[in-house]
Ligand binder design. Structure first.
Ligand SMILES: Cc1ncc(COP(=O)(O)O)c(C=O)c1O
Length: 470
């Protein structure tokens, strides 16, 4: 092969190559099972990738939640766990890190994100009130509905179009919120539920200008804004990259400014913060904090551990500091982008722009011959596993669930299969294997049959539902 054919990845993409700001100290061997084994495993799992055993998976892109590799500092922090029931020193480390980097005053640890969602939903929603959100997230909306709330999607229309390349597809459409306030009155709005890098929209960010405008709107009407900060660090990176006036601000500075436009936040620390378990809830208002601190004792644990071991809180406090380093975020999103650029180059249909934590394949465009209730995105996840042992996740009609009023499926505009990249876990070579497998599934698309659901759990059905081939 000549020199001109043999090019580095950077050269192939017309830029200088970058590398991860870490080196590997310990490895976990992977096992690759053959096609026959995968067919049996998928059948036993009811064509649901959540029901596969992880030892039957080769490259696991199910989720970026709790799947990060911790650093040597975080592991060292685990040994400093103060496993006292009350007042563990690790709680104070966590409190300090959240205050310093996110800027909120009062903090409660929770076992993970949905523990915090449960508490804020019960404390801040009165039955019959509306919650305006920039697209739903599965657990978030369910907790809001279980608290008697009615979710209203107020994300900009561009977010529902996979091909639209708006740089801030996570933005709230203020006219939609205004229309809701005009129709129902501000008192009927429990709060605005704002999420950074909107997961269900393809990991799409919210601009600082949008957060600022939302704050002004909320102040005018006396409405609170609570933030799902789960992937807010990644959102800050996109602001630094794309929004005028932020190119010379650090990710940490941008994160803190953004949070300052909100009244509080909940966090699934299993994502941005580089830990395998953990979450928190933070608010500025003392009265609300008192209510939450009361509730956490009932549902999670004492307010200085909230369902976490001391060692987990220490790893989380250290993870927060590591997560906001510019070189870390650049390489994390750079890896996602590397995979996305390869696929885009091959004409594979997916959500654009490439998001922060995952590549979202447009399963409708893969399988134009399948109806949405034949589960195209679930089908694509199954096909990828069969092809190469790669595990992905459905983010379409199965995830959307049913409308509690009509009992019919919600029919989301986006029917996506998510290849989610864990942080600091896989190499560029793994990304190449994934890209080749997606291409193979795309080439087989016309011959692929859809699925029917044969078992449907009542809540968050996508986790445990079972399917059969049509
Ligand atoms: C945007 C978002 N919010 C909330 C959650 C819920 O967090 P957890 O899984 O830690 O309960 C998730 C988890 O996937 C998420 O992606």
């Amino acid at each position: 092969m000549s020199d001109s054919q043999l090019r580095t990845m950077g050269q192939q993409f017309g830029r200088r190559s970058w590398a991860e700001p870490w080196k590997i100290k310990m490895v976990e061997p992977l096992r690759m099972v053959d096609r026959e084994h995968r067919e049996r495993a998928l059948d036993e799992a009811g064509f649901n990738t959540f029901l596969l055993k992880s030892e039957d998976v080769y490259i696991d892109l199910l989720t970026d939640s709790g799947t990060s590799a911790m650093s040597d500092r975080q592991w060292a922090g685990m040994l400093l766990g103060d496993e006292a029931y009350a007042g563990s020193r690790n709680f104070y480390s966590l409190e300090e890190a959240v205050q310093k980097y996110y800027g909120y005053k009062h903090i409660i640890p929770t076992h993970q994100g949905r523990g915090a969602e449960h508490l804020i939903s019960r404390a801040a929603i009165k039955p019959g009130q509306y919650i305006a959100g920039n697209m739903y997230f599965t657990t978030t909306r369910l907790h809001q509905e279980l608290a008697g709330g009615i979710f209203v999607d107020v994300i900009i229309d561009e977010a529902h179009d996979p091909q639209n390349t708006h740089p801030f597809k996570g933005n709230v459409d203020l006219e939609k919120v205004e229309a809701l306030v005009r129709r129902e009155g501000a008192a009927k709005i429990a709060y605005i539920s704002l999420a950074g890098t909107v997961n269900m929209a393809g990991g799409q960010p919210v601009s600082m200008a949008n957060a600022k405008a939302l704050r002004a709107f909320a102040d005018k009407h006396g409405i609170k804004v609570y933030l799902d900060a789960t992937r807010m660090v990644e959102n800050a990176f996109f602001i630094q990259e794309r929004e005028e006036g932020y190119a010379n601000r650090s990710v940490a500075q941008i994160l803190k400014e953004f949070c300052a436009y909100t009244d509080g936040a909940w966090m699934s620390a299993k994502k941005d913060s580089l830990v395998n378990i953990g979450g928190w809830l933070a608010v500025n208002d003392w009265t609300l904090f008192e209510e939450l601190r009361n509730m956490v004792v009932v549902y999670e644990g004492l307010h200085t551990y909230g369902g976490l071991a001391g060692r987990d809180m220490e790893a989380l406090a250290i993870g927060i500091v590591e997560s906001v380093q510019d070189d870390h975020v650049r390489s994390r999103i750079g890896q996602v982008r590397y995979l996305g650029e390869l696929l885009a180059h091959w004409g594979i249909p997916m959500v654009l722009p490439i998001g922060g934590h995952a590549i979202f394949l447009d399963a409708r465009a893969f399988y134009r011959h399948l109806r949405q209730d034949q589960f195209p995105a679930q089908t694509l996840a199954a096909e990828l596993y069969l092809d190469s042992g790669i595990r992905s996740m459905e983010r379409g009609i199965a995830s959307a669930g049913r409308d509690p009023k009509t009992g019919d499926h919600y029919y989301p505009k986006l029917e996506l299969t998510r290849l989610t990249i864990p942080r600091r876990v896989y190499t560029q070579a793994h990304m190449d294997v994934v890209a080749e497998s997606v291409r193979a599934a795309y080439e087989q698309r016309d011959k692929t049959r859809g699925l029917k659901m044969v078992y449907e759990p009542k809540y968050l059905r996508f986790f445990q539902a079972r399917f059969e081939r049509l």
